[in-house]
Write a protein that binds this ligand. Structure first.
Ligand code: 6GU
Length: 415
């Protein structure tokens, strides 16, 4: 990824030589350039600001040095044509996304950081004083064809964009494959699935009279995953309740979970087509089984799998999961939740229900999910699943999917 930072304080960006980002730069994963805005001011004092039209406190950064700085980055001429109405909306790969840190911007979230980490080129414009002349943004978008994002770290004010740019560059570059050594660590951390991370413990197991929770020493990975998921929810409820779903309803009340009957088939067909539409889009494939099966296929599957459905208080079928024994392992599939009831723990409860009904002799629970469905893969990791090495899968392979497996104790020890 290429990164450019334009600032009147290049020294503020010095920490980017250190630690993991410094290493990523030396390894060529990150190509970072810091530019001094004053190099593009031409008067004796290298002036980059002036008083605001309309009056008011402080100074505003003038447009000319910014325009010249952006020009010096090598923003391509064709880009402007591509950005005209009717042309592709995405910034052409030859151009950077222009990020302007500022408290009046869009909040930087982990999801937004992931989106930015997928870009080949980001340019940061660090403003100082009261801000930058508005026409700089218009010029970048309209004349240069850049996607311009004003981005904020949170609801408080910093003196300038440099510290924010440092934070943003760290949040984004650590998501580039290879920058953080162990890829699992960026899957299991806070905000990776919308919750805060569970508490962590290391040795010694007893310290100043404080014990590590017993379950973490049990070796029972299923119970550990359950405990961690529960602890993450409690911590999120205590510290950041607004993360637990827009509706502020954490658990879905009045749910009836029961084995599916043949009469559920039509509603299951509707729900699966709805739920797998996103998968189809992510995989760019409209031939995945949940989308192309017809009513008879769903009826036949009900006869071959143990399937459970959840209905809300009004009787609407809002979730389902199925499982079956398959050569000594427990295969779970078709985990689905109606779009309006997601992010409330319902999918996790359905999964836990299917897991709990595994025969006692089973030591592995396996499932498949879309190879490109990173959000689902994160959920399964959170629930204790790990990808099977591609040459050692347990289930028959299905094109475009990856297999995840969770080891469970043959006879779960009850505490
Ligand atoms: Cl991105 N910039 C500035 N100047 N202040 C901020 C901020 C950014 N985010 C929160 N406060």
């Amino acid at each position: 990824m290429r990164l450019d930072v334009v600032t009147i304080f290049p020294d503020y960006l010095r920490p980017l030589d250190l630690s993991l980002i410094g290493k990523a730069r030396r390894e060529g994963l990150v190509d970072l350039h810091v530019h001094d805005l004053r190099d593009f001011a031409h008067d004796r004092h290298r002036t980059v600001d002036d008083t605001p039209y309309g009056g008011g406190a402080g100074m505003v950064m003038t447009p000319q040095p910014w325009a010249e700085a952006m020009n010096s980055l090598g923003v391509s001429g064709q880009a402007a044509a591509a950005a005209r109405p009717g042309a592709a909306v995405e910034t052409p790969a030859a151009n950077p996304v222009l990020i302007v840190p500022g408290p009046a911007g869009r909040l930087l979230t982990q999801e937004f950081a992931r989106e930015l980490a997928a870009q080949p080129w980001l340019a940061f414009a660090c403003g100082r004083y009261e801000g930058i002349d508005e026409r700089v943004y218009e010029h970048a978008a309209d004349d240069l064809g850049l996607r311009v994002e004003i981005v904020s770290l949170g609801d408080y004010v910093l003196n300038g964009g440099e510290v924010a740019a440092l934070a943003m560059i760290e949040a984004v570059t650590r998501l580039i494959p290879g920058v953080v050594g162990n890829p699992a660590s960026i899957v299991e951390e806070s905000h990776s699935d919308g919750l805060l991370e569970h508490p962590l413990y290391t040795k010694p197991s007893s310290w100043r009279g404080r014990e590590v929770p017993r379950v973490l020493r049990s070796g029972d990975h299923a119970r550990i995953a359950d405990w961690r998921a529960q602890a993450a929810r409690e911590r999120t409820r205590a510290r950041r309740p607004e993360l637990l779903g827009q509706s502020a309803v954490e658990e879905v009340p009045d749910l009836e979970l029961r084995p599916a009957v043949p009469a559920d088939a039509p509603e299951l067909l509707v729900l699966q087509r709805c739920c797998w539409l996103d998968e189809g889009r992510i995989a760019d494939s409209w031939t995945i089984p949940p989308l192309v099966e017809d009513l008879d296929d769903v009826r036949r599957a009900l006869a071959r799998w143990s399937t459970w459905v959840v209905r809300d208080a009004a009787g609407r079928l809002v979730g389902s999961v199925r499982a079956r024994a398959h050569e000594g392992l427990w295969e779970v599939g078709r985990l689905m939740v109606a779009p309006d009831l997601r992010r409330r723990g319902l999918g996790r409860r359905l999964l836990a229900h299917a897991e709990a009904l595994a025969p006692v002799s089973v030591t592995s629970i396996a499932l498949i999910t879309g190879a490109a469905s990173t959000a689902n893969q994160r959920r399964y990791r959170r629930a204790g699943y790990r990808p099977s090495p591609s040459e050692r899968t347990l289930l028959p392979s299905v094109e475009g999917t990856v297999e995840f497996v969770k080891r469970v104790a043959a006879l779960p020890e009850l505490s």
